[in-house]
Every structure is written in C-alpha cells, then in structure tokens.
Design a protein around this ligand. Structure first.
Ligand code: BGC
Length: 541
C-alpha cells in the first residue's frame, strides 16, 4: 500500500479479461464443485491463452442459493471453494504470470444467512439491526399487503414478510435481502471489506448491481417495473440508477486510490446516456457495455453499436468494454445459431430445437471473437467461450438451481445452461473437470470441445483465441485508431484499427477481399480471394 503517491499502469484499459465462474471451472478436490485448487492448476493454461486479468465470480462463504451472489460472510472464502490463504497463494501465482485478479463484490444485498440479517430478524422492528436492511410495515388494514408493488428480478414480489409482520426488501431472491445504503454502518462496513481484499493483493473489483444500491425512501409504487437485463431504467426509477449511487461510487474510488494500480468495473444496466456518469474521473474506471451482447447478427446493427460505444468512450476519455457472454445470459455460440428476433434470453426454456443451427452458431461465434478482440478497449471472455462451448439448453429440470426457475413458477429455466462445468479432457467422468463428477451434467458433445481435444489442433476455436490474443498484443495494443469502413457494402462489417483492416462477412454471399492484403488471421479457412459467409478476417497491407 502507498497512500501518498499511487501509481497506475491503467492495465484495464485494453486488457483481455477472462471471467472465471469458479464453481464450474475446475474441481481440485473431487467433490463435483470447482474450487481455487482447480483454478490454480489451470493458471498455465490461462497464461498460454494470453489473458491479462481474471475476474472471479463470488467465492465467499455462501449458501449458494444464487450461485454465490448471496454472500454470508464477505471476509471468508466458502469452504467448498477453498480458504483465504489459498486465495492469497492464487493471487501471488497469477501475479507471477503477469495476470491481475479482479474479485466480484456484491454490495446490494447479503445472504439471509449473513449474521447481520439473522440479528435483524431477532432484534425486531425499529432496532438498529433492522436499520441495516430495508424493513417496512405492510399496507392494508393489518399490514398484510407488501409495502409497494415492486417486483423482484427473479420474479414475484420484491417484499417478503417475516414472523412479526414486517416486510423486507429483496430485489432478487428472498434469500438476498437488500442492504440499506442510507445507513452509515453499511457504508463503513464495505470500505473495510474493500481494504480487506486490497490488502491481500486483489487488483480490482467487479461491482454487482452497481446501479441498484440506492432506493427512493418515499417508497412509491411503480406500476410495471423493468427487469434488470432489459435496461428499461428511467431517470426516476425508485430503485434503479438513482443519483445517490454516485456518492457511494466516489467513496469507493477514494478507498481504491489509497492503493497502487487498482480498478473497479461496474455492472450497471442503465440507459446509454446515463452510463458516462458512472465513469467520471472520481468514480468507476470501467463499466460493462452490454449493447453488443444484445445485438443480432447483422452488419449494420453491429457497426452502429460499435461506433456509438467507441465514440461515447472517447468523449469521456474512458475505454470501451466488449462482452459477448457471461454467467447470466445464453452463450453466444447458441444465440448466433438462432434466427434473429427469437427472444434469446428466454428461448432455451422448452424452445423449438429445430430453430437452432449449431454449426452456424459456432462459425459466427468464431467470427465474433475476431471482432471483440480487435476493437479498442478491453475484451471480457467468459470461461469456455474460447472452446466454443454452446449453451446447454436441455438440462433436465431436476438439476436446475437458478432461482429464476423456482420464482417463475417453473416457466423460465434460467441461467444454469451457461454454467455447465468446463470439459478439460476428451473423455472420462466429467471430461476432466474433476474426479468426483460435475455439479451439472455435461452433454456428450463436450468431449470434442474439450481443451485437450483442441490444444494441438491449429484449426480449433482455442487455437483461434490464442492466436488472436497474441496478435492483438503485437498489432492492436495501441488505443484509438478506430474507423468504420463502408466500402464492402451493407452486409459486411469492416473497420480499421491502425494498420489492421477487419472485415466480417455477415451477409449471405461471398465478398471479394482487397487483392494485395495479407491475412493475419481468419476465423474460418479462406480459399482464394473471397471471404465466405459468417467469416471474419484481420488483414494488413
Ligand atoms: C449477477 C447475477 C446475480 C445478480 C444478483 C447480477 O447482476 O451477475 O448473477 O444473480 O446480480 O446478485
């Protein structure tokens, strides 16, 4: 720590960040659940892939009712994942390989198992223990109705009644009570949690639901409330994107600035014109940009979203972030195999299997990698996307764990299909995930998609990612230098990044490439001078 003069290399501005859903990454102790031992054993794989940083989904002590986004103790690692000492070792080993580590912090809510919430239940109405959360009396003659009409992201009312008749707020699952960020004790506690992990060498934080901490304390009804993944926020929504969050952002930033070279990235699903507010110089270093993730496979739409994002970032001196998949959405290798217009977030529930073209999805996913890895800014990769893993949309209902499944009365399958454990080996129990099976069943197709099956195959998706990341650091590391190129027509996305020309054929017919250009990398084999459908290429003069 160095509080006088901190230094910063701004490594996050154009890094490749690899997201690890630790529960599903690699299992070191054979209990069917991924852990820090497993993660440590894969550090060389990650170094060879070429990533600059890892973002680790929550690994804290938790009943895992929402995959760890229900934290029971922010200062201990869940025993299924490892120990604090082991995490310290892991951070040191990552640093030895020049890889930074970003932890995930969940400040909007705790688990209902958290000591504070148990104390709040025991202490009763009006107590300081209850004031750490959002408890209220209900409406109706006897307080039998919820205090407002607010609905939870996972479905149903956002209020749950406790034995003495009061209600508490949970914007997500009832097992995730919202903290009261009006309370100074809550604010001070998180300053301390930040310092706890920064002192252990963590390089940054991904802040969960960064736009949800502050609520309208007059508790108005809202009528129809937008869901978090739909970015339906308005400027005066009672709990999304309220102006009060910026004061909290600034407080955290000043804690981070006591240390050298640390960062924080916001998960903020807010309207595009509000996002720059989170990126002011004394707030977040970065925020996820989910616009490309929500865009259909269409050259004009891709070009518009990319251009808008790059311009918006430039205007405020921020760096863009590119995301195609994460642990909350259908994997893009499957999304791109569906027809445009199919509601991609809900589709895998019971959906029409015949609508899915697996091969087309895989081909487009490879091309999309050459887009996100060549754009200015930082690129986030979700574990397994480098293997071209698809969504496991047909998981049997009896293995589903996502609260969405239960809270939607078994109509929305939820997010388990993108969280299926990684196949490391071609065959065997759990395809090398661990010696004790895998907590979610893997499909047979995972064998051929395993890291082992791809490692020595120069035509594999893994080889493509490795080459792309290596070439990126050599030819595309400079910031800026982005310009769209419309000379290939409406069905082709093309842009220049410095000396590199990126061309992606998103239309149905082959496209002629410039005669003298040299191919640096292509997402699918190129024969002759034409670029086939759903193929991307990086060219140099
Ligand atoms: C996380 C989800 C989680 C939710 C509640 C999100 O934005 O990414 O996985 O369920 O926050 O913590």
């Amino acid at each position: 720590m160095n509080s006088a003069a901190t230094t910063t290399s701004e490594w996050w501005r154009n890094g490749v960040v690899y997201q690890v859903y630790v529960r599903s990454f690699a299992d070191g102790n054979g209990d069917g659940t991924g852990d820090v031992t497993g993660l440590r054993s894969k550090l060389d794989y990650l170094r060879d892939l070429g990533v600059n940083a890892l973002w680790i989904n929550p690994w804290y002590s938790s009943p895992l009712r929402d995959g760890g986004y229900d934290v029971a103790d922010y200062r201990t690692i869940d025993e299924r994942f490892g120990t604090t000492e082991e995490v310290e070792l892991f951070i040191a080993e990552a640093h030895e390989r020049d890889i930074k580590v970003i932890a995930d912090l969940v400040p909007n809510h705790t688990s209902s198992d958290h000591r504070w919430f148990q104390e709040a239940l025991a202490a009763g109405p009006g107590s300081p223990e209850r004031a750490r959360y959002v408890f209220k009396d209900g409406k109706g003659a006897n307080g039998e109705l919820p205090p407002t009409d607010w609905t939870a992201v996972f479905g149903g009312s956002a209020w749950e009644q406790v034995e003495d008749g009061q209600w508490y707020l949970h914007l997500f699952d009832p097992s995730q009570p919202d903290l009261n960020w009006e309370n100074e004790e809550v604010r001070a506690e998180f300053d301390d949690v930040f310092r706890f992990w920064l002192d252990r060498g963590i390089d940054g934080f991904r802040i969960d639901v960064a736009h949800g901490l502050v609520k309208d304390t007059t508790f108005p009804d809202v009528g129809k409330v937008g869901k978090i993944l739909e970015s339906e926020t308005t400027e005066n929504h009672p709990f999304w994107d309220r102006d009060g969050v910026h004061e909290i952002n600034r407080r955290w930033r000043s804690v981070l600035d006591e240390y050298d070279d640390r960062m924080m990235v916001a998960e903020a699903w807010v309207a595009a014109h509000r996002l720059p507010l989170y990126l002011r110089p004394d707030e977040y270093h970065q925020s996820f940009n989910f616009d490309l993730l929500a865009t259909d496979w269409n050259a004009a739409e891709f070009a518009a979203v990319i251009d808008k994002s790059v311009t918006a970032a430039d205007e405020i001196g921020a760096s863009s972030t590119w995301v195609l998949s994460n642990h909350d959405v259908m994997r893009h290798a499957t999304r791109y195999g569906l027809d445009a217009g199919i509601p991609w977030r809900q589709w895998p529930m019971t959906g029409p299997v015949e609508a899915l073209d697996v091969e087309r999805g895989a081909r487009r996913a490879r091309a999309a990698a050459l887009v996100t890895l060549s754009l200015p800014g930082s690129t986030y990769i979700y574990q397994g996307e480098e293997l071209g893993l698809p969504e496991v949309w047909d998981l049997p209902e009896d293995v589903l764990e996502d609260p969405t499944w239960f809270r939607s009365d078994f109509t929305e399958k939820g997010r388990d299909g993108c969280r299926v454990p990684i196949p490391w080996e071609r065959s065997g129990d759990s395809f090398g995930f661990g010696s004790g099976g895998a907590w979610l069943p893997q499909p047979e197709t995972f064998g051929d998609l395993s890291a082992e099956a791809q490692l020595d195959d120069p035509a594999s998706c893994l080889a493509l990612y490795r080459s792309a990341i290596a070439i990126r650091s050599e030819h595309l590391a400079e910031e800026g230098g982005f310009a769209l190129d419309s000379s290939f027509g409406d069905e082709v996305l093309a842009y220049r990044r410095g000396e590199v020309l990126v061309v992606v054929n998103m239309g149905a017919s082959p496209v002629a490439l410039p005669a003298e250009a040299k191919v640096l990398l292509a997402s699918s084999p190129i024969s002759g001078s034409d670029l086939e459908q759903d193929t991307a290429v990086w060219l140099v003069p």
